[in-house]
Design a protein around this ligand. Structure first.
Ligand code: PLP
Ligand code: COI
Length: 343
């Protein structure tokens, strides 16, 4: 197979229709075998559970072309587990975790031409998702479900790549304390659309959500967890039961400790500490965001500027970024089980 002719170095975070996608169907109490299809379109009832009551969960992971020419995925077992738990939380029949991993492999193998070349800065974003497809009119779970995976080549999530971004403290809440913030449900993103459009209109790349209970603590942004570096060079990770357990963030905690010998402090982080200058660096982390440095935070006109500035990523986040991407692209040896070889 030959690689597609795309301007790999200039890809944004956008959807391209690729060759194959995986689809499996749940009916009469069981998932069918599933298969790859060429058809990117879905036909469903006007009364499908997903359309009426937003019964859907999704995942995001990436496939990388490594330095030695393989194609690998990063920790797909953790995406399988997170989707399993999210599905259970929304009363959906969870897709078996081993089959999730097999389906990721099959989908990427069906789209090998779309895996960006090593060193291009682009990767293949993989989007597994499942949703209620049969009709529901009273508020209840659907009887039938579809699980699908498509993939699309992507560049950086934020314009400007690794350039620091400006974000703002949001007036909106993302997730209730005992709500759905910890699962990757589409509904968490529906509620963020007004906030993100408004943030973009005002020149901010993302919204920082505070804990909705007290609105004094840092939670996360609409599409990524937040990490800080303190004056001792330690990594500080906001802890909350209503944020998404980011696989990137959990991996960075291990990378910080075992590869870089940093101390990691997972704890509640007050907005007042951030304003008081407790941190030298700040970043957003996630599959799409990788590590995107935050240069400043706006809190209703009050500016919080990090010493790392608006020109480049700070030194600790740079080390974390280089180590994580080094593992993902096969330049550094990965911890056991982190890399799934696909081709
Ligand atoms: N938080 C939110 C709200 C997200 O949408 C994402 C993206 O997946 C993340 C955090 C990062 O999670 P992960 O590192 O597993 O991609
Ligand atoms: C991801 O990082 O995979 C996400 O799902 C974030 C999304 C906002 C693109």
């Amino acid at each position: 197979m030959s690689t597609k002719e795309l301007d790999w170095g200039n890809l944004g975070f956008a959807y391209h229709v690729t060759d194959k996608r995986f689809v499996a169907y749940y009916k009469d109490g069981k998932w069918d075998e599933g298969h790859l299809t060429d058809d990117p379109m879905i036909t469903m009832s006007e009364d499908a559970g997903v359309l009426q009551y937003s019964q859907s969960v999704f995942e995001g992971l990436k496939a990388y072309r490594t330095e030695d020419g393989h194609v690998v995925a990063f920790r797909p077992d953790l995406n399988a587990a997170r989707m399993y738990e999210g599905a259970q939380y929304l009363e959906m029949p969870p897709f078996p975790q081993d089959r999730f991993i097999d389906a990721v492999v099959e989908t990427v193998r069906g789209n090998l031409d779309w895996v960006p070349p090593y060193g291009s800065g682009a990767t293949l974003y993989i989007r597994p998702y499942m949703f209620g497809i049969s009709p529901v009119i009273g508020v209840k779970p659907a009887d039938e479900y579809m699980f699908r995976i498509f993939c699309t080549p992507v560049g950086p999530y934020f314009k400007g790549g690794a350039k620091p971004i400006s974000v703002r403290i949001s007036d909106f809440d993302r997730a209730a304390p005992r709500g759905t913030g910890h699962i990757k449900a589409g509904l968490n993103y529906a509620m963020s659309l007004h906030a993100i459009v408004d943030a973009h209109n005002k020149g901010f790349a993302e919204n920082i959500y505070l804990d909705p209970g007290t609105r004094t603590k840092i939670e996360e942004t609409g599409g990524a967890n937040i990490i800080f570096v303190d004056h001792d060079g330690n990594l500080v990770i906001p802890k909350s039961s209503s944020i998404l357990p980011s696989i990137t963030r959990r991996s960075l905690v291990d990378v910080a400790k075992t590869y870089l010998g940093l101390k990691v402090n997972e704890r509640e982080v007050a907005l007042s500490e951030v304003k008081g200058g407790a941190f030298t660096e700040c970043g957003l982390c996630g599959t799409a965001a990788v590590i995107s440095p935050v240069g400043r935070i706006d809190d209703h006109g009050e500016e919080i500027a990090f010493p790392s500035g608006m020109e480049k990523m700070g030194p600790v986040l740079t080390k974390l970024y280089d180590t994580l991407t080094g593992i993902q692209m096969g330049r550094l040896e990965a911890p056991a089980g982190w890399i799934k070889v696909i081709a």
